[in-house]
Design a protein around this ligand. Sequence first.
Ligand code: AHM
Ligand code: MG
Length: 335
Amino acid sequence: PSIEAMKIALKVAHVEPCRACRYPESRGDLTILLSHIVLGCKFVCSAVNKAGLAKLIGLAGETNVQGEEQKKLDVLSNEVFIKALTSSGRTCMLVSEEDEEAIFVEPSKRGRYIVVFDPLDGSSNIDCGVSIGTIFGIYLVEKNGEPTLDDVLQSGNSMVAAGYCMYGSSCMFVLSTGCGVNGFTLDPSLGEFILTHPDLKIPTKGKIYSVNEGNAKNWDAPTAKYVESCKFPKDGSSPKSLRYVGSMVADIHRTLLYGGIFLYPADQKNPNGKLRVLYEVFPMSFLMEQAGGQSFTGKQRALDLVPNMIHDRSPIFLGSYDDVEEIKALYAGEE
Ligand code: AHM
Ligand code: MG
């Protein structure tokens, strides 16, 4: 590793004692949980990088030349995270996009945290090598006794941490524990994430919009009007550029770094949009706000939503503060 990388790594190590002084009651449980999430991400990153070689791509249940059963990457990633999270001894309940029911951790391995996650988001992109990622959110259960679904069916304001890992041209881990956002890049030679993007802040206004325009026929008026204004601005400004990977982690990562807006709105066919509240909308909204941006559902601030079911969906508009203000004004005009 370069001297610069070493300096940055040492800076990270230096941060820890300060936090411990500020929170003397802290027992390190969240740190242990996060290190298990990081381990899961490294494992999935390695599997994604080897996907073609190891013939991991393909139908679940297929066998390779050695006669071993092959798993689809999203199935494998789900198993990796469930093992990593339960073995941390710090979780009591898990909600995964891949599992219809919430998983209640057996009492002997139970801790105080709930983790909601999408183990491998953007799976339709796996076969063509486009960036995909893991998204997660963490809740702390403060009451004693058995955890219940009500402990997770809460507004996004109850999240204590959220983040994602992007498996792209480099592997990036982006995390917020509620005091800003930090981005770490995996140094493959060290096998460690190095703090490369400290205190990430999203530009106040951006030049990019990101949406699946193939759904335009079914959009409601405010969304249609907003996208029209991105292409044909009436205030004399330049039109925005369109960028849409179709992989939420990649689209949000670019939006965080360069600014702009990401939209997955409602449409006539899908009145609640496509993205899931607990493990897509909430974690990304948490990060966006912590980076100085905004997140809006078309009706309210996204983190104020309270889901009724663990796999609920919601329309979502998130990104640069000023860009989201514009779409909020259009929806307010509709009321
Ligand atoms: P998935 O969880 O089934 O992978 O779907 C979620 C993905 C997001 O990553 C992305 O933002 C969105 O679906 C893209 O949807 P569409 O193909 O309709 O544009
Ligand atoms: Mg998903």
